[in-house]
Write a protein that binds this ligand. Sequence first.
Ligand code: ATP
Length: 536
Amino acid sequence: MDKIVSLCKRRGFLFQSSEIYGGVQGFWDYGPLGVELKRNLKEAWWQDMIRGHNDLLTPPGAPASFEMVGLDCTIIMHPQVWKCSGHYDLFHDHMVDCRESKKRYRFDQVRGRWCERGDQKIFVSTLAEVEQEFDEVRRRAMKFFKLRAKNADELTIADESLTLDKLDDTDSVLAPDAKTLGTLTEPREFNLMFKTTLGALGGEDDTTFLRPETAQGIFVNFKNVLDSSRVKVPFGIGQIGKSFRNEITPRNFTFRSREFEQMEIEFFCPPDQSQAWYRYWRDRRMAWYTELGLSSDSLIMREHEPAELAHYSVGTADIEYAFPFLPPGEYGELEGIAHRGDFDLRSHMEGKLNPNSPEGQPMQVELNEHGKPKYRGSGKDLSYRDEATNEKFIPHVVEPSAGADRGVLAFLCEAYTEDEAPDDKGQMQTRTVMKLHPRLAPIKAAIFPLVKKDGMPEVAQEIYGELKQHMNVFYDDKGAVGRRYRRQDEAGTPFCITVDGESLRDKTVTLRDRDSLEQTRVKIDELSFALIERLG
Ligand code: ATP
């Protein structure tokens, strides 16, 4: 992981936000290569899910043909949205405070191991990355027990690494920044929504939130979309946009950020078909990641256990990736696909529903101590009338919700490869190459004149100008050609085009493939076509 992080910084994929001021935790900036990669990922999603979807055909595995449209909602919405969505009450994580260091941690994210010396057994926790965790636990345990290196064998450290939420109590825990045991408070709930104020006066009524997900913007526009376009259920609305969560322990590079982008679909379908649509979207979204290059060995689909599901849901599955910062055998969520029943539309219509309503009955509006709705809905009719059958119903929703930043991170991790390639003298050297799918690669092709004379730069610049109209290409005439290839390999550029002496005679160039290292001669006239074909 360290190598990936350092390449990302060195080559301009990712920078820490406000780095010159020491950075701000949980916020990341995308550099010149990173922004292209992220845009390509979002565009691939938009093209494959929304714009390129053919509503006249039934895709393989789908129960029927369907329509897909897009939306772009605001980040700040009416505060009632978050009350009815459940985020105001429920959007929490458990966190613990350390009485000694005054630091705050997310309960389920602090890891550690049991350590024993003589008859004393303590749990030593740390925020260190997985690779350093064992050494850091040992260092802290040695210090706690005041052991010298020569007495290190008096200490036993458990093989298993655990998070704090797996422990029965925290009395024996050495907190990550503490010197004494049992300094952690009981876990408490913490609202992850960023608060902000509307207007200049800023009374309590003017308090609102930065959205913690893009989905609610889709639900509250359901009727607008229905009334303004001719979509018919089943159909989906997709949106890409920023979301904000005041994560307590942002970590693992961009994996857990406080500002991030989501790519979400709310798919509206008749209640009796929702199970089939849930299965369709779960499988379709999994396939999308493998088509773009994530290896199926590193991806899993984790179906939630029935006990984890809300009772209105027929299923929820997470698509998870074996990020290299996780211990072997552990996976991190890339995307969740949730069957949400009619919870959201009804909550925005009637008032926030009680997710703990008795099983087997339609959900009830949650009431306050006066017997009135705790959070009043909009009162707008968000039901749908099927013109063919004249049946009126509230559609059920299947929600594939993906993170653009986690997607970028997974594709970066997957792409990072070290192999061998010949240098300018034909000697094999280790090379670092980002094997990004051509659709995702920030630069599609680089154009080099072999030398900076004999008319080669002129020909190369003409090719550059021509290709630039179609795709993101890069011109480089500095240094040995082998070094120029290496730089492009690190950037993930799938093709390099070299203009050499032969080019001037027969109007051909060499086209080098990043992965196979194969070089073929292609006519300059046919270059655009050859590239577009290879890029897919
Ligand atoms: P986690 O359990 O990891 O906090 P979640 O289940 O709360 O994630 P969802 O609410 O399902 O996440 O959000 C959908 C997607 O948004 C996630 O699968 C993930 O890709 C992305 N996402 C959520 N929180 C973050 C974050 N803090 N930083 C980056 N991406 C995030």
